[in-house]
Design a protein around this ligand. Structure first.
Ligand SMILES: Cc1ncc(COP(=O)(O)O)c(C=O)c1O
Length: 376
């Protein structure tokens, strides 16, 4: 009989499976005592760069810092505009606003939830300097269209790849490239629940221009060129050695993690197909999908609440990513958008529901979740 406690992510389950490897990696750091900038930070960065197949990886303290560092390294100045999706986590907007840049929102595609390149094009002004395609829930934005748009207008592309590490783009000029390595810079987060997650906070930037990589490295470490020589204004944003050691272990398993998520998604697809009022997540055939989230669409807010309640009563956790588009959030009202400025984002915020998605799901659990959802 299935235990009635199905969390949206199962970090404990994954830890128990990798316990001997992770504990040994942690012990090694404890024994060496090199908690900041230990050898594991460098070797993890090199291994991740090799895994991603191009350029350099510069680790930092978290995925939000990574975005700020990218804006800084690319030389963005107060008043510059950065285009990003309205249906998104807050990080890209927050980092921009903190630097005096103007977050400019654009609507998303109703099927893939990702930035709509045509809407991004409509948002370009003479002050636009960058676009941030956020590869939401594990699937790529339309990188052919976004890179073309950026080239035409001389814009930087910063891929926010916090949710899609290991996924890739399949078409056109960038076919076969892993996400985060297509734009001028890529960023990611190693927040514990991410597909490659540590046991605290962590993040990284990716780029293939060695000079930009060097600038990023300096910014992460107080703008220092050598010890106590501050060549520019930087910040203190480092991945600590313990987290790097844990990530190095988990990176070895990342492709298996992805396969487990894809298997779970296929199970959901099979079981949820044909339930009226429920739409399973749309796949862009030009993108890989690593299922950071498995997000369904319901009929409306009431329908979603009813399903959520029924799942909860049966011990199944679900989440709403994201319940309100960024332009409607109090902290971002100063940007002056009308409530109905991004109708697709508004529509999605009322309907989306993310189901349990992690590496420890099996057919029995998926069957129970879907059966419960069908009853709701
Ligand atoms: C799309 C996206 N960007 C950025 C971040 C920020 O990452 P962090 O929490 O490591 O700062 C997240 C994390 O939740 C995210 O989902």
């Amino acid at each position: 009989m299935l235990e009635k406690n199905l969390p949206i992510v199962d970090l404990q389950g994954q830890y128990q499976r990798l316990k001997s490897e992770i504990d040994a990696a942690i012990q090694e750091v404890l024994d060496a005592g090199n908690f900041i900038q230990g050898a594991q930070v460098k070797s993890f960065s090199l291994h991740l760069a090799r895994y991603l197949g191009s350029g350099e990886v510069i680790p930092c303290a978290n995925g939000t810092d990574a975005l700020q560092i990218a804006y800084m390294a690319l030389g963005l100045k107060p008043g510059d505009e950065v285009i990003m999706p309205a249906f998104n986590y807050v990080a890209a907007a927050e980092a921009a606003a903190l630097m005096g840049l103007k977050p400019v929102f654009a609507d998303v595609h109703p099927g893939t939830f990702n930035l709509d390149p045509e809407k991004a094009a409509d948002a370009i002004t003479p002050a636009t300097k960058a676009i941030v395609p956020v590869h939401l829930f594990g699937q790529s934005c339309d990188m052919d269209a976004i890179m073309k748009l950026a080239e035409k207008h001389g814009l930087f592309v910063i891929e926010d790849n916090a949710q899609a590490i290991g996924s890739y783009w399949k078409s056109g000029q960038y076919a076969g490239k892993k996400l985060g390595t297509i734009g001028h810079a890529g960023t990611t987060s190693f927040f514990p629940s991410k597909n490659l997650g540590c046991m605290g906070d962590g993040g990284a930037l990716m780029c293939s221009d060695p000079q930009l990589a060097e600038t990023i490295r300096k910014i992460c470490n107080h703008g220092q060129s050598t010890k106590y020589r501050y060549e520019r204004i930087g910040i203190n944003s480092r991945l600590d050695t313990l987290q790097a050691a844990i990530l190095e272990v988990k990176l070895r398993h990342l492709d298996h993690f992805i396969a487990a998520r894809q298997k779970a998604a296929a199970g959901y697809d099979r079981e949820l197909q044909g339930i009226s009022g429920i739409e399973i997540p749309e796949r862009d055939p030009r993108s890989g999908h690593v299922f950071h989230q498995y997000t369904i669409k319901t009929e409306n807010r009431e329908h979603r609440d009813r399903i959520r309640k029924h799942l909860e009563i049966n011990g199944i956790q679900s989440m709403i990513y994201y319940p309100m588009p960024l332009h409607m959030q109090e902290g971002y009202r100063y940007l002056g958008y009308r409530e109905d400025a991004f109708p697709v984002s508004g529509h999605l915020s009322e309907r989306v529901l993310s189901l349990p998605m992690h590496t420890e799901l099996d057919e029995e659990k998926i069957g129970f979740i879907c059966q419960t959802l069908r009853k709701a």
